[in-house]
Design a protein around this ligand. Structure first.
Ligand code: GLU
Length: 273
């Protein structure tokens, strides 16, 4: 009996220590009255600086706003890049990543993801008429961003190409405009937004038939931060049900959307994905 009691106490103690060591960002955010989200600030359509208001706006930002509102706290935005977003989260500098981030099994070993809240695939921008099929890019220099799935996928799909990684996609596109790379590759959603904003857009195209991956976006949270993950997922499902998630999509990518490009909403936010 005594042995059982000791064993039970040991289990309880380990349980307490275990949960104390794990993050409870939801409780902390409520206590502090603020949720800190890491967003892009140079990715048109998703997270970029509005020229008039100088505020960071975009599809990703609107999801953060909805989550903070539901939680009843203020939202603070901190800019991240593809390469800095996971270290910033793990070090505690931000509470949540909302930054065009694809859910992958490798990343899911280090952080937890919400259900998919956006879906796209990886494509290329190249000078008009220059690239008809993937093989046309073999041996060429291709621009993308550091720390992205785009970088990894491009290396696999084009083993003889030289992949040049920049801090963000507008810098990679500048290299294309300057003739330093033959193409830029990343998610179609990002490429289409960059192209729409380019003053010399008639010179470039996104070849329709070259698509090298699926890219489901998830909101990133610290590993084991269960209360926040559950809260975010419940909020996403509610936003899908109420039509708010579709409204945000249409607000940016619908026929009259603020991004100026039109995308098809080929997904719905569902549990387990
Ligand atoms: N969605 C891809 C990724 O998570 C590319 C876009 C980005 O770099 O954020 O890596």
């Amino acid at each position: 009996m005594k042995k059982i009691l000791v064993a039970l106490m040991a289990v309880a103690l380990v349980g307490c220590l275990g949960s104390a060591a794990l993050a409870d960002t939801l409780a902390d955010a409520k206590k502090k009255g603020v949720l800190v989200a890491g967003v892009k600030d140079s990715t048109p359509g998703f997270g970029y600086i509005d020229e008039k208001t100088r505020e960071i706006v975009g599809y990703d930002v609107d999801f953060c706003k909805a989550i903070a509102k539901k939680l009843g706290v203020k939202l603070e935005l901190r800019p991240v890049t593809s390469a800095t977003r996971m270290p910033q989260l793990v070090s505690g500098n931000i509470d949540l990543i909302a930054a065009t981030m694809t859910i992958t099994p490798e990343r899911a070993q280090q952080i937890d993801f919400s259900y998919t809240y956006f879906f796209t695939g990886q494509k290329f921008i190249a000078p008009k008429g220059a690239v008809k099929k993937l093989a046309d890019l073999e041996g060429k220099r291709i621009g993308t961003a550091k720390g992205s799935t785009s970088e990894q996928n491009a290396k696999k799909a084009l083993p003889t190409a030289t992949i040049l990684s920049f801090d963000d996609y507008p810098q990679a596109f500048l290299a294309l405009q300057q003739g330093k790379v033959a193409a830029v590759t990343t998610d179609e959603s990002i490429l289409a937004n960059i192209l729409a904003k380019a003053p010399d857009k008639e010179k470039y195209e996104i070849p329709a038939d070259i698509r090298i991956s699926d890219e489901p976006y998830g909101l990133g949270m610290r590993k084991g931060d269960k209360a926040l993950v559950d809260f975010v997922n419940a909020t996403l499902l509610e936003m899908e049900k109420s039509g708010e998630a579709k409204r945000i999509f249409d607000d940016w990518f619908g026929p009259k959307g603020k991004s100026g490009i039109v995308l098809q909403r080929t997904f719905k936010i569902t549990a387990g994905k």
